[in-house]
Design a protein around this ligand. Structure first.
Ligand code: ARG
Length: 265
């Protein structure tokens, strides 16, 4: 269990129950379902088709990510331990089935965690890979133009609050939740750095533990996928009145681009 400052802050402020409810801890990397029929993952989701989201990456610490370039993965700051050389992470890509023999597996060489990350906001990080992955990348939103509408989320994380990690990639659609509504749900929301999504009234659809670091995305005006968010946190998963909170990619687009340049990609 990763003791982020967010953890500690929430633990002291809200107690042990809320610590679990607000957990930023990535899912266990080796938890896999045993049955032949995977339960839907990303709470309230359905199976993604092979090749539907070719930029999706599973990271070995139990997080998601997206190919920013063929050798750089964009993920969440709370999924990594800091910045510097790091060969401990394995990225799995090119498959919806993590156990597929055609999975592409590449090791990390270096990590860049968002400068100034302290557990609140700024929840992004870049992971440089030892070799490029020959899959399409996901472009990031560098204006606020697409911070509205319905978003797609995908991941191998828990299918229900407290549930296990999934073998097959699942996807769901979640509507944008405006800052004022989200701030009313979460006083600690950093509105300039975080963007919320979810079915506020009814709940039932959300990302969950182990989806962290994965992208929230939509189509741009040219019909191409564009990343607007990074799975960050929420109180429980898919609870009514408690939307998912995502890193607002447009806010950090310049920093992310600069970071990628720094990593040589
Ligand atoms: N922090 C979680 C992780 O590390 C992601 C939680 C997302 N929660 C939510 N309700 N959308 O995997």
């Amino acid at each position: 269990m990763r003791n982020t400052l967010k953890h500690l802050k929430r633990a002291s402020a809200l107690g042990a129950v809320a610590l679990a409810a607000f957990s930023l801890t990535p899912g266990s990397a080796n938890a896999q379902p045993t049955g032949p029929e995977p339960s839907p993952s990303v709470v309230g989701g359905t199976r993604a088709a092979q090749g539907e989201f070719p930029f999706m990456v599973r990271l070995s610490m139990g997080c998601g990510g997206a190919l920013y370039s063929q050798d750089i993965v964009l993920t969440a700051a709370h999924c990594v331990d800091g910045s510097g050389p790091d060969t401990s992470i394995t990225a799995t890509a090119g498959v919806v089935d993590l156990q597929s023999s055609s999975a592409i597996k590449v090791k990390s060489t270096e990590v860049l965690q968002a400068p100034g990350y302290n557990g609140t906001g700024k929840d992004w990080a870049l992971i440089k890979l030892a070799e490029p992955i020959d899959q399409p990348t996901l472009k990031i939103a560098d204006t606020t133009a697409y911070n509205k509408g319905d978003f797609t989320v995908a991941g191998w994380g828990a299918a229900v609050e407290g549930g296990g990690q999934q073998r097959y990639l699942l996807k769901a659609s979640v509507p944008f939740v405006d800052d004022a509504t989200c701030k009313a749900a979460y006083d600690e929301l950093v509105t300039g750095e975080e963007i919320c999504a979810g079915k506020i009234a009814e709940g039932g659809v959300d990302t969950c533990q182990g989806d962290s670091g994965g992208p929230m995305f939509r189509k741009d005006d040219g019909g191409q996928w564009i990343q607007v968010g990074i799975v960050s946190w929420g109180e429980g998963c898919a609870r009514p009145g408690k939307p998912g909170v995502y890193t607002e990619v447009s806010t950090f687009a310049k920093d992310i681009k600069a970071g990628a340049t720094q990593l040589g990609g």
